[in-house]
Each structure stands twice: as C-alpha cells, then as structure tokens.
Design a protein around this ligand. Structure first.
Ligand code: C2O
Ligand code: CU
Length: 462
C-alpha cells in the first residue's frame, strides 16, 4: 500500500448504528417487502441561524438486507425528474440493475418501480440513482446498503460512514449552476466545499474504551477521491467493495477511497482510551475532519486476538486458466490529454465538436455509450481487460454485476473489487468471470467523467 497516494490527488482541482430495522411484512414465499421513496430532503446544517439546505434523498438513512433473503423493494419517485435506483456492487439480475437506457426505463415522477432480487453477498454496498447521475448523485440521491451476514460478526459496534462532499453557493444552498460544467467534466469532476459523514457535519460516534468497532467506509461523492486517515489505534481491513479479505490486513496508513469504493475496517479502541479520535480526509491541502469516535466509559470484556476473517461470499472461481477473452481498454481524453477525435453516437468528431456535445473522454476511441457492446461473451467465460489510463487524471473504474481482481500492488493481495482506483498513467489488468447474463456497464465512477464519455458496456449471453 505504498505507491504515492498523493498521485491520486495531484491534479485534483449521524452515525447509523447497527440496530434492528423495522421490516414490513414478509410475503408467503419468504420475500421481504420494503418501500423506498425518492423525494425532497432538508438538512439543518446551519441551524439554528441558517436556512435548511434543500437536497434530494431516500426516506431512510440506511438500508439493511440479509444475505440470501429475497426482497421486493417498491421505489416511488416523488421528485420532479425521472430517476432509477442502482444497487451498487450487488450481483443482481440484469433487469434489476437500475441503469436507465440499458436495463430499464426511467421511473417517471409520481411513478413506481418494483425491484426484486436476493442479495447473494453479505457486505457493505450502496444504492444510488443511475439517471442523470452527475446531477442526482450531487443532489444526494444515495443510500448506504448493508447486507448482513447470517451469523453476527463479533464486534461491539457496527458503524456506517457514508462520506460525501457537497457544493454550496453563497446562500448555502446546492450550487446547481455547476451541474454540467464542462471545465470540471474535463478535469477532476465536480467536487464540493462541505464534507459530511452520513449527511451530518462531523458527527461524533460514542464508543467505549476496550471496544472493537466495525467501520464501513463508503465514498458517495461524485468525484472527490478521499484519503481517509483513521485514528492511530489497532486497525485491520476486513473487506473491500463488499467482499471479505481472506485474511484481515493491518492498516497503518491513510486509505485511498475513490468515489464508490468501500472498505470495512475493524478498529480496537484502547483500554486506556479517553477523549476523542478523529477520522479525517487528508487528501486536500488542509486536512478536514469527517467524523470522530468519542470515548465514553469502558467495556467489561477484552479483545485479545486480531479480528477473524469474514466468511467468504459465493463468488465464482477465477482460477489461473487462460481467459476466453483478452482485450485492452485505452482511456484517453480530459484536460492536458492527447484526444484529438473520437466516435460519438456513431460519428467521428473532432475535439471542438465533442466539447459542444459535452464529451471529452473516450474508451478505445469511443466517447460515451457505443451502440454495440465493447465485448460479447458467453455465460461463464473468463475475461481479462488490460486497462490503460492514458490520461493525466485518476479514475475509478466500476464494473456492474460482477466483482473482479486486479493486479495493482497498492491493494492487499487477492482482493476483490467492483470499483478500482487508478492513478494518472497507471495500467492494470482486471480478471473476472462473466457469470451474470445481461448488459452491464463498465464506467468511471467519477461521475462527470462517465457523463463526458467514460462509459461502455459488455454483454453476457444467457
Ligand atoms: Cu455506482 Cu454505474 O454505478
Ligand atoms: Cu474518471
């Protein structure tokens, strides 16, 4: 985990306790029914003197599901725009993936859509809009999603930290004029000027001395790559992007957390602890507090050994066989890049024309969604894609419907990803088994980059 974390940032311009959730009735076939409403939200960030900040959001703070338990989630759209919900990192049936224009029609204002799936994997995920995402995600349309292991993992406390940045204007409302700002789309994306954890300003989570705490870190920002500095106390990574590490890995340095990446870490609060421990983003010139752990009281018990590994999820075997498909994905474009022309909606356009169409990035010379998938495979095929970041910018590559392995030494060995942070100029080969039939996006999760061209798709035949 040594490679300069700063490389990622060089060019860059209330605690949710794991408590019981109130569930709605279970259907006769064992399906649990839930309802989520997309609507307006007000945040009292500047109370008592300031006006509430108007956002969009889901009508709950966190969604908890259980591994292997089928759910039917009714999503009602009470927003003035069409929308959709993507279950980021969950390996769901393609029709439930929530990608408008590819797997479903947008949910119109006043309409509803029923998402039905069974979470195969336990872990830390998130749900977010996948329609006009550059605007809807920035307005707050996301929700941390936890799939609980059937057996409780032994910790004293389980906290979610959904980390975000918001851009507010002088009136301390969302800066909406910058949605679609081409300058930002060509650079590091649209970043904010106010950091939150769980949509709160610097929340303090109460812990007790001697406790073992599971922290689930989720980067829900549009474009900000965070460098999350945890307190200097014993810490282990136990999962990345929802998938357990075979062995918990001790952590003593700040964690690079690109948009959409997640880490589950375990921290042991020292027995003699007192006061409060800060969790900070140290990726900017000035370190910024995100949240803190405030010590109040003592546990009676002690944790003597390092945390155990989480049980593995039922992911397909990758093995070491020759892949059926091997290809390159050449990422180009952006400010200070070499992109001169690209194909956009079937037409070859020069840079000026591309910019007029709000495009400035390309995968293999194609800006935005191609008519035909980048790759057609049979179900069960092994795929290797060598991703070349031939741009000056970092990117976070996300594959829908599958988890993959990559070969970057910066990450713990053997780790699974659904999102991979890549520094400018970096290359990495990802390997996955295409076992989920349907049409799946592969895109940069720095959402302005996706909107400005960094998106393609693969098709897995049934
Ligand atoms: Cu988190 Cu294509 O999405
Ligand atoms: Cu990108």
């Amino acid at each position: 985990m040594k490679l300069s974390r700063r490389r990622f940032l060089g060019l860059s311009a209330a605690g949710l306790l794991a408590g019981p959730t109130l569930y709605r009735p279970v259907l006769a076939d064992g399906t649990r029914r839930l309802k989520l409403v997309l609507g307006n939200e007000q945040r009292q960030w500047f109370a008592p003197t300031g006006e509430p900040v108007a956002l969009w959001g889901f009508d709950r703070d966190v969604l908890r599901l259980r591994q292997g338990e089928p759910v039917e989630i009714e999503v009602e759209n009470r927003l003035p725009q069409p929308s959709s919900v993507h279950w980021h990192g969950l390996r769901v049936e393609n029709a439930m993936d929530g990608v408008t224009g590819l797997t479903q029609a947008p949910i119109e204002p006043g309409e509803r859509f029923f998402y039905r799936f069974t979470p195969q994997d336990a872990g830390t995920f998130w749900a977010h809009s996948h329609h006009r995402t550059y605007e809807q995600l920035a307005r707050g349309l996301y929700l941390p999603l936890i799939v609980d292991e059937p057996e409780l993992y032994p910790v004293d406390r389980d906290l979610v930290l959904a980390l975000d940045d918001w851009r507010l204007n002088n009136e301390r409302q969302l800066h909406t004029e910058s949605f679609g700002d081409m300058h930002e789309w060509a650079h590091g994306g649209r970043t904010g000027n106010l950091l939150t954890a769980n949509r709160q300003l610097k929340p303090a989570f109460e812990v007790r001395a001697g406790e073992r705490v599971r922290l689930r870190l989720v980067n829900t920002a549009n474009a900000r790559i965070m460098l999350v500095e945890l307190p200097s106390i014993p810490t282990w990574i136990i999962a990345k992007d929802g998938q357990p590490l075979a062995e918990p890995q001790p952590l003593s340095e700040p964690l690079v957390l690109a948009p959409a990446e997640r880490y589950d870490v375990v921290v042991d609060i020292p027995v003699q602890a007192s006061g409060s421990y800060k969790i900070r983003d140290v990726g900017q010139d000035e370190a910024a507090e995100l949240a803190s752990l405030r010590v109040a009281g003592q546990t009676e018990h002690r944790w003597f050994s390092a945390p155990a590994a989480l049980p593995a999820n039922p992911l397909p075997e990758l093995g070491s066989a020759e892949p059926q498909h091997r290809l390159q994905l050449d990422m180009t474009g952006g400010a200070m890049g070499t992109l001169r022309k690209a194909v956009y909606q079937g037409e070859t356009l020069g840079v000026q024309e591309l910019i007029q169409k709000h495009q400035i990035w390309a995968f293999n010379g194609i800006a935005n969604m191609p008519e035909q998938p980048m790759l057609d495979v049979k179900r069960g095929d092994l795929v290797e894609i060598e991703i070349l970041n031939n741009t000056r910018w970092p990117h976070g590559m996300h594959l829908h419907g599958h988890h993959f392995k990559a070969d970057l030494a910066r990450y713990p060995k053997g780790i699974w990803h659904d999102t991979l942070a890549m520094a400018g100029g970096e290359r990495s080969t990802i390997r996955f088994r295409a076992d989920n039939p349907g049409s799946w996006l592969l895109h940069c999760h720095m959402i302005e980059h996706q909107a400005a061209g960094m998106v393609t798709w693969i098709r897995v035949a049934t």
